[in-house]
Design a protein around this ligand. Structure first.
Ligand code: ADP
Ligand code: MG
Length: 327
């Protein structure tokens, strides 16, 4: 099967919202009047972002999910995406499963595949998504103000726990099989919080998606906004999903290891955001309307830097390093 048959077979579908899709030199998108286009690209590289033997259906899902997560963080509604693929060989069952996972998630979000590029080479997947947001209403990293509450959606740390287990980390690998399977779902099939991002327009003062670890990612909001923050670690310890699933399992774990997973684990694809305390009811309504739990974990302060406290408000001196490809 050649390049063009492959594109036709697995990656070409009739256009819906776009003006022109796969098959010409450019695709054409017509943003609605008064809307801004939100654009984001994320690349997944074998050996770096996923294992060579990962389920291709899950990989297709994740390649788009991590991009939709960026749209969610901006409060943008997904429109379309392009797919640049380097493939070592044409493996039809693999392509079938990959395209299945990718296009199912795309359909769930009404986000259509409108173009891309296909070459031979080491497996590499690069998606660019396009979304739309009413002009001036995008959620940005730069809007946090002293006194705002800090929130995070969903659960944090499960993806890291699963990754550690796959790498043979003694504590993580000792997890009961059912818990490990649930954590692995979070690693391999993250849920982009698109509905929450949309519901937070006009409510959140700043937002981003947590991909490299909560504290490091929050640092981006703080620097962009010229503020600092205080985080209550008695709130974050409960964010790891499996603690809710089975309290007895949590007891076997070193609390510091669990905090490391929740605060700096990475690959969570949850939203971290800030909102003025006057918006507490609106945040709760956004969470309810989008079916996404949110937890208030701290407060924005004028003094730059990130401070950690315990349940009694006592300062804790700990360092949790987030993921950095070149550190
Ligand atoms: P060009 O030579 O202009 O870059 P190509 O010959 O590479 O175009 O691709 C032909 C068409 O197929 C283009 O419309 C391109 O956007 C689309 N395309 C290529 N690879 C993919 C892919 N993996 N998924 C979706 N569309 C693709
Ligand atoms: Mg090309």
């Amino acid at each position: 099967m050649g390049e063009f048959d492959l594109i036709a077979r697995y990656f070409t579908r009739p256009v819906r919202r776009a003006t022109l899709g796969v098959g010409d030199d450019c695709a054409l998108l017509a943003p609605a009047p008064g809307m801004q286009l939100a654009v984001s690209t994320d690349m997944l590289v074998e050996g770096r972002h996923f294992f060579a033997n990962v389920d291709p259906e899950a990989l297709g899902h994740k390649a788009l999910a991590v991009n939709l997560s960026d749209l969610a963080a901006c409060g943008a509604r997904p429109l379309a995406f392009t797919l640049a693929l380097a493939l070592p060989r044409v493996d039809q069952p693999w392509l079938q499963a990959f395209a299945g996972g990718l296009l199912r998630l795309a359909d769930d979000h009404g986000c259509e595949l409108i173009g891309g590029d296909t070459t031979a080479g080491p497996l590499n997947i690069c998606v660019t998504v396009f979304g739309e947001v009413p002009a001036g209403q995008a959620l940005l990293r730069s809007g946090a103000r002293a006194g705002d509450d800090i929130y995070v959606s969903g659960t944090l740390g499960d993806a890291r726990l699963a990754l550690d287990a796959l790498r043979g980390h003694a504590q993580a690998a000792a997890l009961p099989a059912a818990l490990l399977a649930a954590a692995r779902q979070r690693l391999e099939r993250p849920t982009p919080r698109v509905a929450l991002g949309l519901a937070l327009r006009g409510v959140a003062s700043s937002a981003l998606d947590v991909s490299d670890g909560l504290l490091g990612d929050l640092g981006h909001i703080l620097r962009a906004s010229g503020v600092g923050a205080c985080i209550d670690l008695s709130k974050t310890i409960n964010l790891i999903a499996f603690s809710a699933l089975q309290a007895s399992a949590t007891a076997q774990f070193d609390a510091d290891y669990l905090q490391q997973c929740t605060l700096a684990g990475g690959d969570d694809y949850e939203l971290a955001f800030t909102a003025a305390p006057t918006h507490r009811a609106d945040v709760a309504a956004a969470a309810q309307a989008s079916g996404t739990p949110v937890t208030r974990i701290g407060v924005v302060e004028t003094t730059p830097g990130l401070r950690l406290i315990d349940a009694q408000g006592r300062p804790l001196v700990r360092h949790y390093a987030s993921f950095d490809h070149f550190a």
